[in-house]
Design a protein around this ligand. Structure first.
Ligand SMILES: *[C@@H]1O[C@H](CO)[C@@H](O)[C@H](O)[C@H]1NC(C)=O
Ligand SMILES: *[C@@H]1O[C@H](CO)[C@@H](O)[C@H](O)[C@H]1NC(C)=O
Ligand SMILES: *[C@@H]1O[C@H](CO)[C@@H](O)[C@H](O)[C@H]1NC(C)=O
Ligand SMILES: *[C@@H]1O[C@H](CO)[C@@H](O)[C@H](O)[C@H]1NC(C)=O
Length: 217
């Protein structure tokens, strides 16, 4: 009886050693760094976040240097895929057409808002993007409306209009009643002429959504 137990025990021990040696040969890294997959993951996450920090730090330093040496502008921020960046802002031109209210909703649900265009640089970037899309439409909703008080133009963030880009050739805004008795309380940018037109809010146009660029992380 004793003998049998001993033999069985020795056999079990031997096969255990062989198994470990085999695993050790096949997966040396598992043995080199003992720890659960969770520990391993948190270790990798820590390394990644430390590398990201160093990259962000370097990018900011490099951007500073480029500015001081009048080099090309370097952005240490990023926009989602299919959005383009102007300064610290991201913009997206849609291809589907909605009325103004649904356009506002769509931008909000994507985590942004209808575009608040305040600079010529933004208009130029919109024109470039619109040409590269190459669609039929050149007019896009922006987040400007006077639906509360006629003639009192307000951005979707409730700020006052300070830098207008109305189309002067057509004497915009004209609140033209030909589109309906409610007049024209919403605004599109004609991307090609880089100027604005007031139009009825119920008309269907593609839109420009906007959001803050996020710091590199
Ligand atoms: C760039 O210039 C600013 C102010 O002129 C200075 O504070 C900063 O340290 C400079 N950055 C580099 C990288 O030289
Ligand atoms: C706006 O969105 C609502 C809900 O999705 C829809 O029922 C309505 O038809 C849309 N309006 C237009 C003009 O597309
Ligand atoms: C917003 O519009 C895009 C098309 O540009 C569509 O894919 C997306 O589903 C819409 N999102 C919402 C929340 O309406
Ligand atoms: C209003 O729009 C119609 C149709 O586009 C145009 O014929 C008319 O001249 C416009 N009225 C004004 C005052 O601009």
């Amino acid at each position: 009886m004793r003998n049998l137990i001993n033999t069985k025990g020795a056999l079990g021990l031997r096969s255990h050693i062989v198994l470990c040696a085999l695993i050790g040969l096949l997966l040396p890294e598992v043995f080199a760094r003992p720890g659960s997959p969770e520990e391993e993951l948190s270790h990798v996450k820590l390394r990644l976040s430390s590398l990201e920090n160093r990259y962000r730090h370097l990018c900011n330093q490099y951007a500073n240097l480029a500015t001081n040496c009048s080099g090309p502008e370097i952005k240490c921020t990023e926009c989602p895929a299919w959005w383009f960046q102007v300064g610290d802002q991201c913009f997206h031109l849609s291809t589907d057409r909605q009325d103004w209210a649904n356009s506002t909703k769509n931008c909000t649900e994507m985590g942004g808002h209808l575009a608040i265009l305040t600079t010529r640089e933004q208009h130029e970037a919109v024109e470039k993007e619109s040409r590269s899309i190459g669609g039929f439409y050149t007019d896009y909703w922006i987040g400007l409306t006077d639906s509360e008080t006629e003639g009192d133009w307000k951005w979707v963030d409730n700020s006052e209009l300070k830098t207008p880009f109305w189309n002067a050739l057509k004497s915009e805004p004209d609140n033209n009643l030909s589109g309906g008795p409610e007049g024209e309380d919403c605004v599109v940018v004609d991307s090609y002429s880089q100027s604005w037109f007031d139009v009825p809010c119920s008309f269907l146009y593609p839109r420009i959504c906007q959001m803050d660029a996020t710091p590199l992380s």
